[in-house]
Design a protein around this ligand. Structure first.
Ligand code: NCD
Length: 343
């Protein structure tokens, strides 16, 4: 694995398996039973030039749970980029201050350009409509974990990816990672104009997977093992597009009725979040809250061990994780949410 994590293109199947094995070893720390200090003294720079809740906070929490500290900046307004500073200068400056950098930026390719000016590991936390590699890794970690719980093999599984497949960077990284697995069946459903980029469809097909496109969720579906819904990325629309997408129909909404009528009791529902829960948003429905098939919060929880694994690997402390483990001394609730399923 290279020094930075900019795209899933740099990962082979062995790398993914290796990161999953490290993430599994991080679980006692992520679930707040154990404390480790392997990154004591290390500092993370979190640079977020686009809105974020979970990616920024979970990278931050993952670094802290390894014993490190975090410095961050959010938005352009409070950074020197607002004064015209280049990605090159910002990168070199940050490299002198911190031991690892996570960056989110609205322009595709910008995080890779930033990484060219520093030898400190850089993780792409989302570059416009480009990629979001750590999200895809935690998604694949979630899928493998849930399939193991259900006693299902991943080979031959049917995954349905729906929503904004054009601008949704999480599905771009996810579909490439999934293509490294044994042959899968992948169905893509998106509003017209928001389809998965053709080069990604071709890549997946060339690796032996069965990939199909459907115009909406009203079409017949059988044996869906995983539904991965995404938010319509309106912030990336041109003014012209915003007008034509004003009236998106509910044909793309995943809700309890769709699941009960068309899917099985073991179908998993995933989403990178945030889901847009405002009326008329046409995103993953809140009527699934409390349904054990809804895996979205197990998915967000998995972001901590996977991001810890990424740091431990890039900063080369993975062999030291268990060395100084101590028991947690503070109160930890038995589960983190009020509606969590107990398996
Ligand atoms: C996503 C993102 O920012 O790409 N969120 C996330 O990081 N989990 C998805 C989105 O914004 O819709």
């Amino acid at each position: 694995m290279p020094a930075h994590l900019l795209s899933v293109d740099s990962l082979c199947r062995d790398d993914v398996d290796h990161l999953i094995r490290i993430a599994e070893r991080m679980e006692p720390i992520a679930q707040r039973r154990k404390v480790t200090r392997v990154l004591e003294g290390a500092v993370l720079g979190n640079l977020f030039f686009e809105a974020s809740t979970r990616t920024r906070i979970s990278f931050n929490a993952a670094f802290c749970r390894l014993g490190g500290s975090v410095c961050d900046t959010t938005g352009f307004t409070f950074s020197s980029m607002a004064k015209g500073e280049s990605l090159y200068d910002t990168s070199r400056v940050m490299g002198g201050y911190v031991d690892a950098i996570v960056m989110r930026h609205p322009e595709q390719g910008s995080v890779a350009e930033f990484a060219e000016a520093t030898q400190v590991p850089v993780i792409n936390g989302g570059d416009g409509p480009g990629e979001h590699p750590s999200q895809a890794l935690l998604d694949v970690y979630t899928i493998t974990k849930e399939f193991a719980r259900l006693g299902k093999p991943l080979a031959g599984a049917h995954l349905l990816l729906t929503g904004d497949l054009k601008y949704g960077r999480t599905v771009h990284s996810l579909i490439k990672l999934l293509s490294l697995y044994e042959p899968l069946r992948i169905t893509l459903v998106s509003p017209p104009g928001l389809e998965m980029p053709p080069h990604l469809v071709d890549l997946v097909a060339s690796r032996g997977h069965r990939i199909e496109t459907r115009p909406n969720l009203a079409e017949s579906f059988d044996d869906v093992d995983v539904i991965y819904a995404t938010r319509i990325q309106r912030e990336r629309f041109t003014a012209e597009m915003s007008e034509s997408f004003a009236e998106l129909t509910s044909d793309f909404v995943v809700d309890r009725d769709f699941l009960d009528r068309r899917c099985s009791p073991t179908t998993l529902v995933m989403h990178p979040l945030p889901r847009d829960s405002r009326p008329g948003a046409n995103d993953l429905s809140t009527d699934l809250n409390g349904d054990p098939r809804l895996a979205i919060f197990r998915q967000t929880d998995n972001g901590i061990p996977m991001r810890m694994a990424i740091f431990a690997h890039l900063l080369q402390v993975e062999d030291l994780i268990e060395k100084d483990l101590r028991d947690v001394g503070w109160f930890v609730p038995p589960s983190f949410g009020v509606d969590d399923a107990s398996f």
